[in-house]
Design a protein. Structure first.
Lengths: 115, 113
């Protein structure tokens, strides 16, 4: 079956522009996570969606970051007025349940470069 | 806040040598997960340990969960070039949420053929 799909795979944009990253989770997975991974670093939690519940946005680094998940499936992460420090790989993961004892399945990520 | 520390940060070995990475948490964990990320790839789930003192094997990989459930290790016997990548441990984040994982910074393994 299809895994987690992310698009675009690469995005290069100028500082100050807005970007939108997309994640299509595994069908039937109710939990969806966004992470940010900087070069040689671990995974920084950004936001969590579970079904129709209110998302946990506690990891978003600033109000320039926002995310939504429509219909409990596809999610988009939007970064407004991008800054150079936003350059990183943005990873999306889904799991069958919103529980920390369930494995997370990651997409290939979007590599974002801010010029 | 909760921390999950991994050592070493980097490890370079000759093919055929053994490799071990260690994961230590500042708090007791209900479970621990291990992931592997190949260069240029995404993290892939390897295994989950739940019980105190648990040991699990996957071919040449041996995973252990400490008796106090605060540390874990991954040991690879006779490394191969296909083992190259970053190995992450992750545990449930303490303090409220039961859905977040705290990831260690990972151990990057390189193997010289």
């Amino acid at each position: 079956g299809a895994g987690v799909s992310q698009s675009p795979s690469n995005k290069v944009t100028e500082k100050g522009k807005d970007v939108e990253l997309r994640c299509d989770p595994i069908s039937g997975h109710t939990a969806l996570y966004w992470y940010r991974q900087s070069l040689g670093q671990g995974l920084e939690f950004l936001i969590y969606f579970q079904g129709n519940s209110a998302p946990d946005k506690s990891g978003l680094p600033s109000d320039r970051f926002s995310a939504e998940r429509t219909g409990g499936s596809v999610s988009t992460l939007t970064i407004q007025r991008t800054q150079q420090e936003d350059s990183a790989v943005y990873l999306c993961a889904s799991s069958s349940q919103g529980s920390a004892n369930q494995p997370q399945h990651f997409g290939d990520g979007t590599r974002l470069s801010i010029l | 806040g909760q921390q999950v520390m991994q050592i070493p940060q980097y490890q370079h070995v000759q093919e055929g040598e053994d490799f071990t990475t260690y994961c230590n948490s500042s708090t007791t964990l209900s479970n621990i997960q291990w992931y592997k990320q190949r260069p240029g790839g995404h993290p892939v789930f390897l295994i989950q340990l739940v019980k105190s003192g648990e040991v699990k094997k996957q071919k040449r990989l041996t995973f252990q969960f400490g008796e106090a459930k605060k540390n874990s290790s991954l040991h690879i016997t006779a490394t191969q070039t296909t083992d190259v990548g970053t190995y992450f441990c992750a545990g449930p984040r303490s303090g409220g949420s039961n859905y977040k994982l705290t990831f260690g910074k990972g151990t990057l393994l390189t193997v010289n053929p």
